[in-house]
Write a protein that binds this ligand. Sequence first.
Ligand code: NAP
Length: 269
Amino acid sequence: MASAMAKRLDGKTIVVTGASSGIGRSTAKEFARTSPKNLKLIVTARRLDSLNELAQEIKQEVGEGVKVLPVKLDVSSPEEIKNFVPSLPAEFQEIDVLVNNAGLVRGVAKAPEIEQEDINVMFSTNVNGLIGMTQAVLPIFKKRSDGGRGDIINIGSIAGREPYPGGSIYCATKAAVKSFTEALRKELIATRIRIIEVDPGQVETEFSVVRFYGDKAKADAVYSGCEPLTPDDIAEVVVFAAGRRENVVIADTLIFPSHQASPTAMHKK
Ligand SMILES: NC(=O)c1ccc[n+]([C@@H]2O[C@H](COP(=O)([O-])OP(=O)(O)OC[C@H]3O[C@@H](n4cnc5c(N)ncnc54)[C@H](OP(=O)(O)O)[C@@H]3O)[C@@H](O)[C@H]2O)c1
């Protein structure tokens, strides 16, 4: 017998950005596991080979009930975003859920030494990309009854609530995500469109490797003596939020591992 959550997700079309790694990858898998009989998953990122591997893994784990469409998409490119929905096969165009997960941090520099390139990449991906994807998908939602229906799930961060030294730009991008998310929820108050934000604390993914420009030893040091969250921990929250009854909006969540109470309040063994 299917769970209530599996029944609610049955038949949905779900887009996950940044699905080639970490939280996005886990989120795609968790949706597939939760509703394995009839689901369409559009998994996007810049690394198409990783998306193809993910599609294979999902097929092996849950079978043919979940149709996975890997799409190469750089969310920092307004041009690619513009072409995204129109170039989807017709059977994938009726999107029900958008998980705006693609994002990154670059460096730990403090002003005035922050590289312009790093500032541009973080804003164009974390902020402009998330806004662009939202604007691309909302017209699909708004055509539906009751003023529109569908879910936008934005991955924010504790960094958007509590900025820390060496993370000023990343924190500013995640604060922008929070502002955009909250304004959007108010703009869509007369619809059935749910605007959901999930804010993780420390999660072990490729996030720190990207932050340190590929230096794995520096990335590993961030997690030494700690037990960070896994990407599956966040994926479960995302799928839970999408799987609620239509009138229930998990507007906001903040998820820490037990050793963390803020970006800088960390207990190291
Ligand atoms: N890990 C943490 O501690 C933590 C905490 C709070 C919030 N978050 C947030 O969680 C989200 C996922 O990060 P993660 O921890 O899972 O890191 P990750 O393992 O590095 O994954 C990041 C994903 O974003 C994608 N991405 C980056 N730039 C992109 C672009 N221009 N266009 C399309 N996709 C892009 C990457 O794919 P490609 O490289 O293939 O494009 C990758 O799939 C981010 O928004 C991050 O800010 C993470």
